[in-house]
Ligand binder design. Structure first.
Ligand code: ADP
Ligand code: MG
Length: 630
């Protein structure tokens, strides 16, 4: 993992590479199943393995000797080798050990403690593997399948990721591709891939919902198409909801029907077998209304509460996109679990229309990825398509006092960039500590810490003189790069970034909910923080000025200024931001004559010394109105 997962790149440095020939593949690297597709004669198709199987179960088993086993064979013996068979590795991508800690209770894996910023599994061998390496085994298998089908070397791949994935998860996915020896042309959001597979980009405009229910995850996205250009308007979902929950509900039903004891169910092997049975029955009930022990009606009753849990994220995504179901032009079904008729019915009622399901919901994402790969490889006969996605949470910087200055807003279309200028808070400040955060709350300690770095070695200057230009760039893959440059000296940051991993989608969801719930108190706290910082800055500057030029005031004037300072300081100790603001203004007003006298005196001194530049600097300093970075 050279360089760490948060490479802070130079702004504008594109990560999109374009291959020259047309042998590029699309890969759906799923939590449960993965697929590879390729465009042949202008139409995308999924590639099967030697046994004719398209779906590759995302399972990898490590053996004490020999190459890892990937796919159905690994899954078949997962119960026998629970610790050496890694399933659902996608959940661990870009996660740190602390996050693994929280999942440890639910997984049979042995995690390597003290493994640094990345999770590591201890598997047979004895070996230690990262989620990137495990994913790379899946990618390697698909790559070999594609090479066999296409007869030779590949030029690159487009790999899909959930629209929700944060920077660390996207970087981890790219790293997995690199480990597998794939040239990752681009990471593509899964819903966007599905829309491409349906050729929706050929329509001139429309708004589409993509309802993706996989094995263990649920994702909902709203896409807007204008002039052949896609934009992800909003995303939502639940990372612990999917077809696996159907299996568990059905297994419980079977256990009840068969009057199985808890003792029987406590046995991992027996439980696994029961779940497998439940899944097989579930698949049968997709086409048949009866399957011996269970009927479709019973299945529908058992899964109804699970389906209901997808309603909240759907409504929120619609609300975030600012539309009603009626305004949609189409709904796309994605994910194996949407084959279940009850799911289709639910989606139909939720969005008030018949969903699009002509393309196999298992394959649709891989097919779309292949279309995009074909475009990037420049071989397709189609016109170029620009794909736009959004970032799920706002990105910003921590300010003096702990408030967050949002630099890029949530749901901004990517690629995107923003630049803001900050200045020093205190006199003779020789460095900036930059703290990049992600989230919707007003205070930095309530947001997720993404990175910290420092810019040091600025020559001592008066407060407000340094100009720090900070650039945020989010590239087409959704990866963030932050650069800082002090303008007056040209100093650029030697970036030291401490990656902090591990934000689960539930946490993203929770952070959004919190920001709504706490919006009012947060805003008050923020206003208070800002008012205090401003008041302290002004009183600090005033005290400094009085120490130098105090003689410009007579005793009565000085007493009046001191009184205002005392009143303001009292307000700062309190919690009323309005009072602080008012008194800050009063102090400002009361010290105007003093400020003018100082200005005149400096002018005179400067003109005497014919130093015009000095005057300009001082005038500017006296104004000092920018943001004040920490
Ligand atoms: P992921 O995107 O998480 O990799 P998939 O899209 O492959 O997952 O979906 C896997 C889920 O789809 C599993 O729960 C599986 O049981 C379910 N599934 C697959 N085929 C069917 C079917 N015919 N009827 C009902 N569910 C199905
Ligand atoms: Mg999927």
């Amino acid at each position: 993992m050279a360089g760490g997962l948060y490479d802070i790149a130079e702004p504008g440095a594109s990560t999109v590479k374009v291959a020259c020939a047309g042998r590029a593949i699309g890969i759906d690297l799923g939590t449960t199943n993965s697929l590879v597709a390729f465009v042949k004669d202008a139409s995308p198709q999924c590639l099967a393995d030697a046994e004719g199987r398209m779906l590759l179960p995302s399972a990898v088993r490590y053996r004490a000797d020999g190459a890892p086993i990937v796919g159905a064979e690994a899954l078949a013996e997962a119960a026998k080798y629970p610790r050496d068979t890694i399933v659902s590795v996608k959940r661990f991508m870009g996660r740190g050990p602390e996050d693994a800690e929280t999942t440890r209770r639910f997984t049979p894996y042995r995690f390597v403690s003290q493994s640094g910023p990345v999770v590591k599994f201890a598997v047979a061998g004895p070996r230690e593997v990262t989620p990137m390496e495990v994913s790379a085994e899946i990618l390697r298998t698909l790559k070999a399948r594609a090479e066999a089908a296409l007869g030779g070397e590949l030029d690159g791949a487009v790999i899909t990721v959930p629209a929700y994935f944060d920077d660390a998860q996207r970087q981890a996915t790219k790293d997995a591709g690199r480990i597998a020896g794939l040239e990752v042309l681009r990471l593509l959001n899964e819903p966007t891939a599905a829309a491409l597979a349906y050729g929706l980009d050929k329509k001139s405009e429309g708004i589409f919902a993509v309802y993706d229910l996989g094995g263990g995850t649920f994702d909902i996205s709203i896409l807007k198409l204008t002039g052949g250009v896609f934009e992800v308007k909003s995303t939502g979902g639940d990372t612990a909801l999917g077809g696996d929950d159907f299996d568990r509900a059905l297994a419980e039903l079977l256990a009840k029907k068969r009057a199985l004891t808890d003792e029987v169910l406590a046995d991992p092997g027996r439980r696994r077998a029961l779940l497998d049975e439940a899944r097989a029955l579930k698949h049968r009930l997709t086409t048949d209304v009866e399957a011996g022990e269970l009927s479709r009606a019973e299945l529908e009753e058992a899964v109804a509460p699970i389906l209901t849990r997808t309603a909240g994220p759907c409504r929120r995504a619609l609300k975030d996109a600012g539309i009603t179901p009626k305004e949609l032009d189409g709904v796309i079904l994605v994910g194996g679990a949407t084959r279940t008729p009850a799911v289709r019915q639910f989606v139909k009622e939720m969005f008030q229309r018949e969903p699009l399901a002509d393309i196999d919901p298992d394959q649709v994402v891989a097919l779309g990825a292949a279309v995009q790969a074909d475009l990037l490889a420049g071989a397709g006969p189609r016109e170029d398509v620009l794909l736009l996605d959004v970032i799920p949470l706002s990105l910003g910087l921590e300010m003096m006092g702990g408030a967050v200055e949002r630099v890029i807003q949530r749901n901004s279309t990517i690629p995107t960039g923003a630049r803001q200028t900050f200045t020093t808070y205190a006199d003779n400040q020789t460095g900036f500590d930059l703290h990049v955060v992600q989230g919707e709350r007003e205070l930095a300690d309530q947001c997720r810490s993404l990175a910290r770095f420092a810019l040091k070695g600025i020559p001592p200057m008066s407060a407000g003189m340094a100009r720090l230009e900070v650039t945020f760039m989010v590239d087409a893959d959704g990866i963030l790069a932050v650069a800082a440059r002090e303008e007056t000296t040209g100093l650029e940051s030697k970036v030291v970034v401490k990656p902090s991993y591990g934000l689960t989608d539930e946490q993203i969801e929770q952070m959004l909910l919190d920001s709504y719930e706490h919006a009012e108190e947060d805003m008050k706290l923020r206003l208070l923080t800002e008012a205090r910082v401003e008041a302290q800055r002004i009183t600090g500057a005033l005290k400094g000025a009085l120490a130098v030029d105090g003689a410009l005031l007579d005793a009565a004037e000085r007493a009046e200024v001191d009184r205002h300072v005392a009143v303001l300081e009292q307000a700062v100790a309190g919690k009323d931001h309005r009072a602080i603001r008012e008194r800050t203004e009063q102090l400002d007003l009361a010290t105007k004559p003093f400020a003018e006298r100082r200005m005149n005196q400096h002018m005179q001194e400067a003109i005497g010394g014919k130093d015009v530049g000095e005057i300009e600097k001082k005038v500017e300093h006296a104004k000092g109105t920018e943001h004040h970075g920490g």
